[in-house]
Design a protein around this ligand. Structure first.
Ligand SMILES: CC(C)(COP(=O)(O)OP(=O)(O)OC[C@H]1O[C@@H](n2cnc3c(N)ncnc32)[C@H](O)[C@@H]1OP(=O)(O)O)[C@@H](O)C(=O)NCCC(=O)NCCS
Length: 183
């Protein structure tokens, strides 16, 4: 597909903190505000999306952020966590996709697909055993997207959005060039 050939994936630095903060807030509200109570969205965003929090995340050597660029425009972002930066398990043989967002106007253009391929290649290069992520049980489009890329549900956990206790499905995909993922 021609459009995907011009997408480049760019690693962020601390200098990108302001842009990342705005993009993080925008995508979070764009995709989830209509599905949740405003007070729950605000409660979560007021903690997760502050300049201090974003700067700390960008400064963590085990958290890597990337933009997908198309013709000079940011189309989405990816956050990968290694080792102790992972939100659960902290398995040194794994990488977590904590955030993967493509702006709505770019959906269906295989940018998400490129983010997944990029993650799998990074995991392979680092000789990791699997990639995992958490996804809201009601986010059926994202679940279908992950299943299409070979991810399978292996567990679930509670995710608290403000006062709302939600269930995230945990999905993972083994890296074939390596040994099998741990049980
Ligand atoms: C999930 C997401 C990252 C996929 O990125 P994308 O660039 O739209 O995905 P691609 O173009 O590579 O693939 C689209 C495929 O994913 C699925 N899909 C998921 N969300 C879609 C959407 N909003 N529009 C079109 N297809 C979507 C379709 O099954 C489609 O399959 P197809 O290739 O057979 O048509 C993106 O839709 C997104 O940012 N969604 C909102 C935020 C979100 O839910 N993030 C995940 C949180 S865990």
């Amino acid at each position: 597909m021609a459009i995907s050939e011009t997408v480049t994936i760019q690693k962020l630095t601390l200098a990108d903190a302001d842009v990342l903060l705005e993009l993080s807030k925008k995508t979070f509200f764009d995709f989830f505000a209509h599905l949740n109570k405003p007070e729950d969205m605000e409660a979560y965003a007021s903690v997760a999306f502050t300049p201090q929090k974003i700067q700390a995340e960008l400064s963590n050597p085990n958290s890597h952020f990337f933009f997908a660029m198309l013709d000079g425009e940011i189309t989405g972002y990816l956050k990968l966590n290694y080792c102790h930066a992972q939100t659960e398990f902290q398995d040194p043989a794994a990488v977590e996709i904590e955030r993967i967002y493509v702006l709505a106007e770019y959906h269906g253009k295989k940018i998400g697909h490129q983010f997944i391929d990029f993650t799998l290649k990074a995991a392979t290069d680092k000789h990791l055993q699997y990639v995992w992520l958490g996804v809201w049980e009601h986010n059926l489009k994202a679940i279908a997207f992950y299943e299409k890329h070979g991810f399978e549900v292996f567990s679930s956990h509670e995710f608290v959005l403000g006062s709302d206790k939600q269930t995230d499905l945990l999905m993972r995909k083994a890296i074939l060039s390596s040994s099998k993922p741990k049980a």
